[in-house]
Design a protein around this ligand. Structure first.
Ligand SMILES: NC(=O)c1ccc[n+]([C@@H]2O[C@H](COP(=O)([O-])OP(=O)(O)OC[C@H]3O[C@@H](n4cnc5c(N)ncnc54)[C@H](OP(=O)(O)O)[C@@H]3O)[C@@H](O)[C@H]2O)c1
Length: 544
């Protein structure tokens, strides 16, 4: 039986129309999209994930007159689907919607299930409810781990998608099935259009293969199987797209969304919201703590980051467009920024450095100093001198004072995560975005405001500043009132670094000095000049 999300018994449950945001309320009558979602029933997979949570929040806040949202949730770590939903609804993300529309919980119901189980683990009773009531399906669930064993990735990303399609085929009044893929599904190509390409292997063949081949052997064969693709994630997502075309073309109203690297929110429900360490978030946290100082990456390559509110709005807009316009084709939407409003890894490096120096994190290990490099040797040397050696020294110190060492371990983990990203920081792709522009044209002015999918006026420097602040506040859960204390900590570290460099320089010069007095004098003179220059240069930099 569908489990009802716990209901708020708060009496402050006035008509949601009066509770929604002014701009959205005053314009609701001219919003085609809000009208489309009126009284609609929605089914979401991946609702407990990063995109899923933001999608539910946005639907509840902007399409408040929808009928119901069913979400597929599995039990996890002893928590039932309902308990998991309660926990999500109590988080900061839902503060705005719970303030203006406290009864929102009654609109969301958990359906107990698991994509890897037969029939998604959904009970017959729940399946009946879904078949009879659902109008729009958003399929967002996936394993997004890059290094997932091929068998697990196939099970989740390909077979799981097939199960969602099978259920969608049974739904009586389906108006749209929105499948969330990734912009990197076709990362073996340089130019990626909004089309589904031929898969590396037919879906049924890979499903059959992983079914009968021993798990160890599948693992052994994986590099051969995935060929030019960097990981099992992009490989299985590419095949899932083909499966969607094979299974849905001329049968189901369907669209595919392909976000690039999804980052913290730009504007909605508030700037900088983030709740996981995926993608650049891990980089910002590790750079901010001074633990990560170098990684492979091309300074001039595009860093295709998309704020989470954009793919979420796009999912809702694509649902409307597919359902209301009764599109015949399976539209693909490249939800990317590179060709619309370009950010490079070099810009990201500079902006994150500026932001993390302005708003430092707590308990910094070393002064933040991120550097992308295209040379493995440079990376290796910097890693050795600036990451590995200080971590070993620090861990040794911790041992000496009878505390548990942790830096080498943390560094190892970060390196592992960073290595999986390096393919994406060292390569760049060109995406076409014609279908995004088409949607912007098709939406009226009001909908373009409420369901913004246009990133042309995204200001990257301010966005990255908000992103780094969001990482500190929402993810690392640091106390923002201690910002001045953090700034003092950073200032002391900078001073300490200067003193250390000066001492090292003096020591080195003393060691290598010839005994000749005139040479000694010349060296002292040059050293003083260098120090003066360094001082002026530092001051100049701090003014920029
Ligand atoms: N984040 C990105 O940068 C990015 C970029 C491009 C595309 N995408 C795509 O966007 C979609 C959502 O990504 P995300 O970042 O939100 O991922 P996420 O935070 O890892 O969330 C994954 C979701 O899938 C659910 N899930 C995993 N295994 C499941 C299973 N066996 N049964 C039922 N549900 C299961 C998870 O549920 P549990 O909470 O129970 O684990 C969670 O709700 C994915 O399709 C991904 O490929 C993401």
């Amino acid at each position: 039986m569908a489990l009802a999300a716990s209901n708020s018994n708060n009496n402050n449950t006035a008509n949601p129309k009066n509770n929604m945001f002014g701009s959205e309320i005053s314009s609701q009558h001219s919003s085609e999209i809000i009208n489309f979602y009126k009284n609609k029933t929605i089914f979401i997979t991946g609702a407990t994930g990063f995109l899923g949570k933001v999608l539910i929040e946005k639907l509840l806040r902007s399409c408040y007159n929808l009928n119901k949202i069913y979400v597929l949730v599995r039990s996890k770590k002893g928590a039932s689907p309902n308990q998991r939903l309660d926990e999500i609804f109590n988080c900061k993300l839902f503060e705005t919607v719970s303030q203006y529309c406290p009864e929102f919980r009654s609109k969301v119901e958990a359906i107990q299930g698991d994509l890897v189980e037969p029939n998604m683990g959904i009970s017959d009773e729940d399946e009946k409810i879904l078949i009879n009531s659902v109008n729009i399906v958003f399929h967002s669930a996936a394993t997004v781990r890059f290094d997932e064993p091929l068998k697990v990735a196939v099970d989740m990303n390909i077979i799981g998608t097939k199960k969602v399609v099978d259920l969608s085929k049974k739904i009586k009044n389906l108006e749209a099935l929105i499948h969330v893929s990734t912009a990197y599904a076709n990362c073996d190509r340089q130019h990626i259009s909004e089309t589904v390409y031929n898969p590396p292997v037919q879906p049924d063949r890979i499903i059959e293969a992983v079914d009968w081949i021993e798990e160890d052997l599948v693992q052994l064969l994986t590099p051969k199987v995935i060929q030019e693709r960097p990981n099992t994630y992009t490989y299985t997502k590419a095949i899932a797209e083909s499966l969607i075309v094979q299974e849905c073309k001329d049968q189901l109203p369907c669209a595919i969304i392909r976000p690039s690297i999804v980052g913290a929110s730009w504007r909605e429900p508030f700037p900088g919201w983030i709740d996981n360490f995926n993608g650049p978030t891990a980089l910002f946290a590790a750079i901010g703590k001074g633990i990560l100082r170098t990684m492979m990456g091309n300074f001039n390559s595009t860093a295709d980051i998309i704020p989470v509110d954009i793919p979420v709005n796009l999912m809702i807009v694509a649902g409307w467009y597919t359902g209301a316009k009764k599109t015949k084709d399976i539209n693909v939407y490249n939800c990317t920024t590179g060709q619309i409003n370009r950010l490079t890894w070099g810009m990201l490096e500079r902006c994150s450095f500026d932001s993390l120096m302005k708003n430092p994190l707590e308990n910094i290990f070393l002064v933040p100093n991120p550097r992308f490099t295209s040379y493995r040797l440079v990376k290796f040397l910097r890693h050795l001198v600036e990451e590995a050696m200080p971590s070993y020294v620090m861990d040794l110190y911790l041992r000496l004072i009878h505390k548990k060492p942790f830096l080498v371990r943390v560094q190892g983990r970060i390196k592992k995560a960073v290595n999986t990203l390096e393919f994406f920081t060292s390569t760049q792709w060109e995406f076409t975005n014609d279908n995004i522009y088409m949607l912007i044209e098709e939406m009226n002015e009001v909908d373009n405001k409420i369901f913004n999918i246009d990133v042309r006026d995204l200001h990257w420097k301010s966005y990255i500043e908000q992103y780094c602040l969001g990482t500190k506040k929402y993810l690392l859960k640091e106390d923002m009132t201690r910002m001045n204390h953090c700034r003092k900590q950073l200032f002391n570290l900078v001073r300490l670094r200067k003193i250390m460099f000066s001492l090292i320089a003096v020591f080195v010069v003393k060691m290598i000095l010839f005994r000749s007095v005139s040479f000694k004098q010349l060296c002292y003179f040059l050293f003083r000049m260098a120090l003066e220059f360094a001082n002026k240069f530092t001051k100049l930099l701090s003014r920029i």
